[in-house]
Design a protein around this ligand. Structure first.
Ligand SMILES: [Zn+2]
Length: 158
């Protein structure tokens, strides 16, 4: 019991004595020491410590919007490229994730890894490019598309 209390006290002390960011002293923003008339005079600049938090927050929001939740662990690293017949698809999917333009159609039998590769592409693009990604299945995508292609009157009735 006594040792638990000691370690708790040590953790609290450690958290309190954590050094502040040397650039902004914990404020998250700073101003440059520039003369009046300079373009940056009086401008708050986001500190790199705050920028990292913002990037993390943005990445989290992009992940939420992507619909990748249950598939976010599907990556190229944990894909079994040794499954017969998928080596070419794996290579193409990897290349596509590096330059995602146009379309890449994956086809094959049940359980050959199409969904895993598609999720791996989406995860890779999301991780590296910091862009909006939407992971969905074709029927849902077509429903979504049809909903926005209907005339305005039809939409208001439904
Ligand atoms: Zn800082």
């Amino acid at each position: 019991m006594a040792s638990t209390e000691t370690s708790s006290a040590a953790e609290v002390t450690s958290a309190i004595s954590e050094p502040l960011c040397p650039h902004c002293k914990g404020a998250g923003y700073y101003m440059l020491d520039v003369p009046y008339g300079h373009a940056d005079f009086g401008q708050l600049i986001t500190c790199r410590c705050r920028a990292a938090e913002k990037n993390q927050s943005r990445r989290h929001k992009l992940l939420e919007m992507s619909n990748l939740g249950p598939f976010q662990q599907k990556t190229f690293d944990n894909f079994d490229a040794g499954i017969p017949g998928v080596a070419r698809a794996y290579a193409r999917a990897r290349r596509f994730s590096e330059h995602p333009a146009g379309w890449l159609i994956l086809f094959g039998g049940y359980g050959c890894g199409k969904t895993h590769l598609a999720a791996a592409i989406a995860n890779e693009v999301l991780k590296n490019n910091f862009v909006t990604v939407l992971f969905t299945i074709v029927p849902d995508l077509l429903d979504h598309r049809a909903q926005y292609l209907r005339p305005q009157a039809a939409r208001s009735i439904t």
